[in-house]
Design a protein around this ligand. Sequence first.
Ligand code: FES
Ligand code: FES
Length: 165
Amino acid sequence: MSAMVDVTFTLNGHTTSLAVAVHDSALTTLRDRLDHAGAKLACGEGECGACTIIVDDISVNACLMPAPDLDGRIVRTVEGLWEGDGLSKVQDAFVRHGAVQCGFCTPGMVMQATHLLEQQPEMSDAEVRRGLEGNTCRCTGYSKIVAAVMEVSRDAATKTAEAAE
Ligand code: FES
Ligand code: FES
């Protein structure tokens, strides 16, 4: 039996405490222990981004993050993106642009897009593509995903311009 450590962290705004095995990943802890299965396990090697979560405002591949490192962190997953009673702006744009097909990449893609937009609300097409490089989609060809993120980015630019008038 592997050693266990106690961790306490904030998960989508809620203080969460549990004992984790030292060899567990944040991803398996979220999915199997905390009923947060939005982040997906695909490659398990940090290559595909399906498991992307936001930890202390940094996007992280949860499959590579040791569960003990959750302690003291502020963790956001796709389950926490709901704004009021509805989808976040990024989720809504993904739906309207048809940026979701099988949906397996979508939670990670949405979290990475959310992170990018938080860091830099106004982006060029090239910046969006570069920011999503670590997230693999085998269905959409990326164009619709980029279009969705660009729409949210353009909205931010419009609001900035309006505020300046
Ligand atoms: S499952 Fe984590 S990067 Fe692929
Ligand atoms: S929608 Fe299927 S992998 Fe992206």
